[in-house]
Design a protein around this ligand. Structure first.
Ligand code: PGA
Length: 276
């Protein structure tokens, strides 16, 4: 596991975007797993900048998003609207600014009438695409990956989940409140890739920022692997694992100084790209 500790949110975001850009340059038809939430916004902003200023080409890239609220209207054929879906978030923050092809975008369908059937189809779609090359992940305040709330099986597949009070509170503050949506109208269900699904991605990159994530980041990286902190499944991944943190999010790590030492040595000996 490569734990990279950057000074602040901007540096963390630029680094994470740089890793994604490397994948896109090396494999122009790569399959990216994408995440929503407040943390990846800076990463997407930097990717948009790289597309506009450096010609980073997304025309062959295929994407799968981690999760979506269930019961939210999404219709990609209609003009972008004002709902709080993660589909809207992705269009607003990334897709509409880059040259990705619409047919290469996969998002969980939050208004499917057959959630279980959809979840099975989503799993098959990931397989048909040849699997995910790089999965981007945040970490929730309750330690979740995607919407795999505490108690989710670490072998779980794409399915419907009931959101915890903490997730509802966090996301209300971050998104719904600003949009003027009453708390009681927030969806309580979501479709999410499972932890088993996520662990099959060939590489994963988790990003986290801010002091409020310090405790849960330390539990996920250095605590026991447990379904109570589903992001702790990061310790089970057999392939490339990159964790990019800012100083505040890293402040609870027992091995923080060691991770920084490793990064310095990698830089000194030119090993800084070994995670790609
Ligand atoms: P956040 O959410 O980026 O808004 O903190 C992370 C997550 O829930 O995975």
């Amino acid at each position: 596991m490569d734990v990279i500790i950057k000074g602040d949110y901007d540096e963390m975001s630029k680094f994470a975007a740089g890793v994604i850009a490397e994948f896109v340059r090396k494999k122009p038809d790569c399959v990216l797993g994408l995440a929503t939430g407040s943390t990846p916004i800076g990463t997407y902003r930097e990717l948009v900048r790289m597309h506009k200023e450096e010609g980073l080409d997304f025309s062959g890239v295929r994407t799968f998003n981690l999760d979506e609220y269930l019961g939210i209207g999404i219709d990609l054929s209609k003009p972008y609207d004002e709902d709080q879906s993660y589909a809207r978030f992705m269009y607003e923050e990334l897709f509409k600014h880059i040259n990705i092809k619409k047919e290469n975008i996969r998002l969980p369908d939050g208004r499917t009438s057959d959630p279980d059937g959809f979840c099975k189809w989503y799993e098959e779609e990931i397989k048909r695409a040849g699997g995910i090359d790089l999965q981007l992940l945040g970490i929730g305040g309750d330690g979740h990956w995607a919407f795999n709330e505490p108690g989710s099986s670490l072998a779980s597949r794409t399915r419907v989940q009931v959101l915890t009070k903490q997730t509802l509170d966090d996301n209300y503050e971050m998104f719904y409140k600003k949009a003027g949506v009453p708390r009681e109208e927030m969806p309580h269900f979501a479709i999410t890739m499972g932890i088993g699904t996520i662990l099959e991605a060939r590489n994963i990159m988790m990003i986290a920022s801010g002091r409020k994530k310090a405790g849960v980041v330390a539990k996920a990286l250095e605590g026991p692997v447990t379904s109570q902190i589903t992001a702790s499944a990061i310790q089970l991944h057999p392939g490339g694992v990159i964790v990019v943190l800012d100083q505040e999010a890293a402040s609870g790590l027992a091995l923080r100084d060691h991770y920084m030492h490793v990064e310095k040595l990698k830089e000194k000996y030119g090993l800084s790209t070994r995670y790609i």
